[in-house]
Design a protein around this ligand. Structure first.
Ligand code: ADP
Length: 543
C-alpha cells in the first residue's frame, strides 16, 4: 500500500507565470509592432499590472464569472498578451479565434463557445460588422485600441480597450483555484466538418510550457529574444507567450505584418534569437532576403512545423543564414508540442548523410508525452524507419475530448488520442510523417507519400510551393498529381519538374500530371488545402 507524500500541493496557475516574470524579470521587455503602426515597448511588470486591470474590468464592468468564455479576433500584440493573462488569470476562458477562417465558421465557433465578450483588433471591425446578425451570445464588443484610433462602427456600444483598462486600478490578487479548470479554447481549422474546440486547462498549459522550454525541445532561456510568428490564435502561438514569461525572456510580437520585409526588420532591430512559424512564412522571408540582400544575423534557431519542413528550407537556413531549424510536429489537440527533431549524442555520431536524414524527420518525443504507432491490425510497427502506421499520443497536454462535442469519446480504452497522421518510427525513436491519413495516396495497393514528393519538388529553385494529391485513376485506383506555384517571376514546364524528380523517387511514385498555377488553395492555418485540390482536379486522369 502507498502512503501519501508530504510535499506541498500548490495548484498550477497561469497567473503564476506573469507574477513570476513581473517579480523577477520585471524590467525585461515585451516589444510589439502595433496594429496602429508604431512599435510599442513595455516590460513584464507593466504587462502584469495591465492584465490585472483587465481582470478587474471583466469582473466589475462586464460581470464575467469564472468559466465564462471571452473571444478574441486579434493579432500577436501586447494587448492580446494581456488577454492571455487577464482572462485566464481571473478564471474565465480565453477563446482565440482564427480570423482567417470563413465568416460562417467564425460565427459558428463564437456561437458554439457562447463567448460573452469579443475583443477585436481594428483590422477585424469590418469582418465583425458583417457577421453581427449571426452572433448570438456576444454582449460587449471591445476594440483593442485607444480613443484616438476608435473607428466609426455599427457594432453596438463598442468599447475602447484603453478606456476599459483606465477605469480600473491594478490592486488585485490573482485568485487560486483548481488547476484543472479551463483556461483557453482553440478550435481546429475544420478542414473536415465543423471546427472542433480544444479546451486547455491551467495544468495542461503549465506542464506544456515546462516541457516546451527544455533543451530537447525549444531550448530557451532568459538570454533569448523570442518572437512567435505563429499567431496567438494558432494553438496559443505554440505556447510561447507562456514559455517566455516562465523564463522572463524578452518577447517580440510581430503584430499584423508577417511579410518578409517586416519580419526581417523586426528580427534585426530587436535581436530576435528564436522564432517559430509554418514553412510558408519562411518562404516569403527567404524571397525578401534574396531580393534585398539583407541579413538575419541575430537569429540562431527557429522552430518550424504545422506542415512538413522541406529539406531545402532547413539547408538554406543553416548554410546561408547560420540558423538551426528545429522541426516540430504538433496539433491544436497537443497544445501543440508533439515531437521535435532535436539531436542526441547518438544521432550526432552518425555519418553526415544519415545525420541529415534523421534531422529532416519530424522528431522524437519529449518526456511527458507518450506515442505509439500501430498497423492496420492494431499491432505496434517495427522501429525500422520503413514500416508505417497510425500515430497515437497520450499525455497531460493532449485533449481528452472536444468542447461540447456531441460525437462523444475520441480516445481509445487506454486513453490514447488518434492523431490521424501516418508515420514511420526509426531505431532512434524519430518519427517521420508520410501523410495525414485522409491524404494518403494508394496506387495499385501501394502507398505513396505525398509529403516526400512535395519536399523534393520545392527543392527546385523555381518552385515556391507544391501540393501532391491522389486522383482517381481507372486502372490504379489512385495516382499522384503535382500542383506547383512557381517562385516570383519564374516560369517552368511540366517536363522540367518531372526531370528534376527523376531518379530521386521510385518510378511508380512519379506524378501522372503536373499543373503550374498562380496560387494554391490554402487553409486558415496556411497549409495547402488538399480537399480543394482533389476536388478541382478530380477528373483529370479519367477523362
Ligand atoms: P489544422 O488541422 O487546423 O491545420 P493543426 O494545426 O492542429 O490544425 O494541424 C495538425 C496537423 O498538421 C497534424 O496532424 C499534421 O498532419 C500536420 N503537421 C503538423 N506539424 C507537422 C510537421 N512538422 N510535418 C508534417 N505535418 C505536420
Amino acid at each position: 500500500m502507498t502512503i501519501p507524500g508530504l510535499m506541498q500541493d500548490n495548484e498550477l496557475m497561469i497567473s503564476a507565470l506573469i507574477r513570476y516574470a513581473a517579480e523577477y524579470h520585471g524590467h525585461m521587455e515585451i516589444v510589439t509592432r502595433t496594429v496602429e503602426g508604431p512599435m510599442h515597448r513595455y516590460t513584464y511588470a507593466d504587462a502584469e499590472k495591465r492584465a490585472k486591470q483587465l481582470s478587474k474590468a471583466l469582473i466589475n464592468q462586464f460581470c464575467i464569472q469564472q468559466g465564462d468564455r471571452i473571444g478574441t479576433l486579434a493579432w500577436t500584440t501586447y494587448r492580446h498578451f494581456e488577454l492571455f493573462y487577464g482572462v485566464s488569470g481571473m478564471g474565465a476562458v480565453l477563446h482565440t479565434t482564427n480570423p482567417r477562417l470563413f465568416n460562417d465558421q467564425i460565427s459558428y465557433i463564437i456561437n458554439h463557445a457562447e463567448d460573452r465578450v469579443l475583443f477585436l483588433d481594428l483590422d477585424f471591425v469590418p469582418l465583425v460588422e458583417k457577421i453581427l446578425p449571426e452572433l448570438k451570445s456576444i454582449e460587449k464588443f471591445v476594440i483593442l485600441t485607444d480613443r484616438a484610433h476608435m473607428p466609426q462602427t455599427s457594432l453596438p456600444d463598442a468599447i475602447c480597450y484603453e478606456e476599459l483598462l483606465a477605469a480600473e486600478t491594478s490592486e488585485y490578487d490573482w485568485p487560486v483555484f483548481d488547476e484543472r479548470a479551463a483556461s483557453s479554447l482553440c478550435y481546429t481549422s475544420g478542414t473536415t466538418g465543423n471546427p472542433k474546440g480544444v479546451l486547455y486547462s491551467h495544468r495542461s498549459t503549465i506542464i506544456h510550457a515546462l516541457s516546451a522550454a527544455q533543451n530537447s525541445a525549444y531550448a530557451l532561456s532568459v538570454y533569448d529574444s523570442i518572437m512567435p510568428i505563429a499567431p496567438m490564435y494558432h494553438a496559443n502561438a505554440w505556447g510561447l507567450p507562456y514559455v517566455a514569461a516562465m523564463l522572463g525572456a524578452k518577447l517580440v510580437l510581430p503584430g499584423p505584418k508577417m511579410d518578409g520585409e517586416n519580419i526581417q526588420d523586426i528580427i534585426e532591430s530587436e535581436g530576435v534569437t528564436f522564432s517559430c512559424a509554418v514553412p510558408t512564412v519562411f518562404s516569403m522571408l527567404f524571397q525578401y532576403l534574396e531580393e534585398s540582400g539583407k541579413k538575419i544575423d541575430s537569429l540562431k534557431r527557429t522552430m518550424i512545423g504545422g506542415s512538413a519542413v522541406p529539406k531545402a528550407m532547413t539547408e538554406k537556413f543553416l548554410n546561408t543564414y547560420g540558423v538551426t531549424v528545429l522541426q516540430l510536429w504538433g496539433m491544436t489537440e497537443t497544445s501543440p508540442l508533439g515531437v521535435v527533431a532535436s539531436s542526441t549524442p547518438q544521432t550526432d555520431a552518425l555519418p553526415p548523410k544519415e545525420r541529415a536524414e534523421v534531422r529532416d524527420k519530424q522528431g522524437r518525443v519529449q518526456f511527458g508525452l507518450e506515442i505509439k504507432v500501430l498497423d492496420e491490425e492494431g499491432k505496434a510497427i517495427p522501429r525500422d524507419g520503413v514500416a508505417f502506421g497510425d500515430l497515437w499520443v497520450r499525455g497531460p497536454w493532449v485533449t481528452a475530448s472536444y468542447f461540447r462535442s456531441e460525437g462523444g469519446e475520441i480516445l481509445d480504452k487506454d486513453g490514447w488520442f488518434p492523431t490521424g497522421d501516418v508515420v514511420t518510427i526509426d531505431q532512434y525513436g524519430y518519427i517521420k510523417i508520410t501523410d495525414r491519413a485522409k491524404d494518403v495516396i494508394k496506387s495499385g495497393g501501394e502507398w505513396i507519400s505525398s509529403i516526400d514528393i512535395e519536399n523534393l519538388a520545392v527543392a527546385h529553385p523555381k518552385v515556391m510551393q507544391a501540393g501532391v494529391v491522389g486522383i482517381y485513376h481507372p486502372k490504379w485506383e489512385e495516382r499522384p498529381i503535382l500542383v506547383i506555384k512557381p517562385a516570383p517571376d519564374q516560369t517552368l514546364t511540366e517536363e522540367e519538374v518531372l526531370d528534376f524528380l527523376k531518379g530521386k523517387i521510385a518510378k511508380w511514385w512519379m506524378p501522372d500530371a503536373v499543373f503550374i498555377v498562380d496560387e494554391l488553395p490554402l487553409t486558415a492555418t496556411g497549409k495547402i488545402k488538399k480537399t480543394a485540390l482533389r476536388d478541382q482536379y478530380k477528373d483529370c486522369l479519367s477523362s
